[in-house]
Design a protein around this ligand. Sequence first.
Ligand code: AMP
Length: 426
Amino acid sequence: MKVLILGSGGREHALAWAVARSARVTEVVCAPGNGGIAQVARCVSVNLKNLDAMVQLAEAEQPGLTIVGPELPLSLGIVDALTERGFRVFGPTRQAAMLESSKGFAKRFLQRHNIPTANYAVCATATELEKAVEVFHPPLVVKADGLAAGKGVIICNTRDTALEAAHGLFDGTLLGESERQVVIEEFLEGDEVSFLCLSDGMHVTPLLPAQDHKRIGEGDTGPNTGGMGVYTTDELIDPAMREWIVRHIAEPTVRGMADEETPFKGVLYIGLMITARGPQVLEFNARFGDPETQAILPRLESDLVDALEASIDGRLIETALRWAPGASACVVASSAGYPGSYRTGLPISGLGAAARVAGVQVFHAGSTQLGPQLVTSGGRVLGVTAVADSLEQALGSAYRALAEIEFEGIYYRRDIGHRALKTLRK
Ligand code: AMP
């Protein structure tokens, strides 16, 4: 079978690598892909903002399965467009992807279905905003309604700064585009966990829970990024908690979407805060997380393609996933300056030696092949992932591999997993 993957980052590299291991797959095509993905797939160019171009590509390539990586094509309706033309596509329809593409929709949905989440107000006017802000105790969280690539959430210590942030979202000064509505939310304290599930529209199958580090600086300081590192361990969530999350959050979400006639198929990524009051939903994503996928898929022992097809066909209940026991860790190597401006085109070396460290896979997020040389082409450049019996060992292997890699200005956090290691050592 030929598999087409849409996207160009570390997530798509991990997907292409996992798909290529399936005995049923004869060819992997990735659009547009990147320098690292080109080692496991044929890369073809496409504009992920252009629905027609993606449809034309599928018509030319005739894949047996298409996997959509990023959120934008989902919110443009790529799954609807390809399904209408008879293609098999893994991912949610445009309507179902609203769980991610509209925070206002997601919050109201959670409330309608009694799924635990922070108290909130969705505001469409300045008057609504001023009224809502009065009701919340600082700190407050102000969120853009639409997709904002991780930049749409502002934590505010006072009501005044919350009002200022919300006005900035409305008038477009904060994100460049003006938001139609803004969500105000109570601030939750606790441990964050990314809980990803496969859904076939009726049933869910959880993947491994993961914990990520969003801040650029060690000790979780400095500006937010797309993610600087992530890990999975068998100890992150105990079986009783996992069961609770499936029963009270994942299943009611999928059932609620089915009841509202917008069944959700694909990856339901639930961003959770584990608070003193129990797990609360922070956000939904409608796709594989990045970098979470880079840490999760290397532990998957069963066939990814079988699982994705079971999601498309509504057969997840018959599908059990097998995972390697232990832990995995993914440490992101970024360009100097990221998440601000950074240089590209810098030669990358040492990848061969890094890949020889036992249990290590190097996924590329922002690299490109320039003649014989692989060079940097993004802010996040590589996701160095290791699987081992324990988190400590996985981190050790990932850092040993990173020590082999060089490009000018390479930066990575040396404390990925510090919170989990502290808990595990207690
Ligand atoms: P979101 O895109 O909604 O997940 O928000 C991005 C990040 O902001 C989350 O991963 C949390 O770290 C933080 N965040 C969002 N909502 C809240 C909240 N209600 N309380 C505390 N932190 C939050």
